[in-house]
Design a protein around this ligand. Structure first.
Ligand SMILES: Nc1ncnc2c1ncn2[C@@H]1O[C@H](COP(=O)(O)OP(=O)(O)OP(=O)(O)O)[C@@H](O)[C@H]1O
Ligand SMILES: [Mg+2]
Length: 260
């Protein structure tokens, strides 16, 4: 039988070289098809956690599992949007996306080119598809990286603050694209890292709060999909959840100061 959890971390520790551990016994379980947001202050280890789930590094101890099997390296079952986009500088936007599609979907060059153009158009970059990364703004590069991840058709999406360089209107539009695609068709499991409490509540079904190298809080979001941000933002449930999360941030900040 299929494992019910797409992503599991069991008591993982991770340190960079001889530094103190960034992750200190972190455990979490994310059900298949769940949209989980990971929220936490800068430097708490969110990107480190995502890299471990992607299989780009291994925990010092403990285990990361993908669909019940230990993650031993990257695979096309997972697509990641890195915090710094990480596009190939020698490829155009179109070529960056098409290359990833061909690698992940094993389809012809022609079919991958058509799909790449389609996904670039969904993120509003059809006209810029022939440009190289150094000819794109920070927000445009983020959008190429998002198109690339979505187009790979992976089962698990790992997003590391993908909307941080976007203006509010573009942010809303891409939030709606990502949550719409995540919640239609075959189940996708999403780990979406953000600093932004509103974004976490707007997108997630669960919010995993990270602090002190562990997941220190697990909040259920009381809204279904499709979700209209303007509608939920006026509700008592929204206000109550945002207040609880903001309080967590303050507590975490105070604890961090005390540690330093
Ligand atoms: N390659 C590295 N070598 C050494 N230390 C690192 C490395 N990458 C990250 N760190 C350290 O590990 C800690 C966690 O970093 P990480 O990037 O995972 O945090 P984050 O929660 O993603 O932060 P942000 O929200 O600012 O992106 C930080 O103290 C950081 O300085
Ligand atoms: Mg980070």
């Amino acid at each position: 039988m299929d494992a019910p959890f797409a992503v599991e971390a069991e008591n993982i520790f991770f340190s960079y070289a001889s530094e103190l551990p960034v992750l200190r016994g972190l455990s979490m379980r994310v059900e298949r098809g769940c949209f989980a947001c990971v929220l936490g202050h800068s430097g708490c280890g969110k990107s480190t956690l995502l890299n471990l789930v992607m299989g780009l590094s291994r925990p010092s101890s403990g285990v990361v599992k993908i669909n019940g099997a230990e993650a031993e390296g990257p695979g096309t079952d997972r697509a990641i949007v890195f915090q710094d986009c990480s596009l190939f500088p020698w490829m155009t936007a179109q070529e960056n996306v098409a290359f990833a599609i061909r690698h992940a979907r094993k389809i012809t060059k022609q079919a991958s080119a058509a799909l790449a153009a389609d996904f670039l158009s969904q993120v509003g970059l059809y006209e810029s598809r022939g440009k190289y990364p150094n000819q794109l703004s920070g927000g445009m590069k983020q959008r190429v990286a998002i198109a690339r991840a979505l187009a790979m058709d992976s089962e698990i999406w790992l997003f590391d603050e993908p909307f941080s360089a976007l203006d509010p209107q573009m942010r809303r539009s891409l939030q709606s694209l990502v949550s719409g695609l995540a919640k239609c068709g075959r189940p996708r499991t999403v780990l979406f890292v953000t600093h932004n409490v509103d974004e976490a509540v707007t997108l997630g079904e669960r919010i995993l709060f990270m602090n002190g190298g562990v997941i220190s809080g697990d909040f259920e979001v009381p809204f279904g999909y499709p979700r209209v941000p303007e509608e939920i933002a006026g509700t008592q449930e929204y206000f109550s959840l945002v207040s609880r999360l903001a309080e967590r941030f303050c507590d975490a900040g105070r604890a961090e100061e005390a540690r330093q």
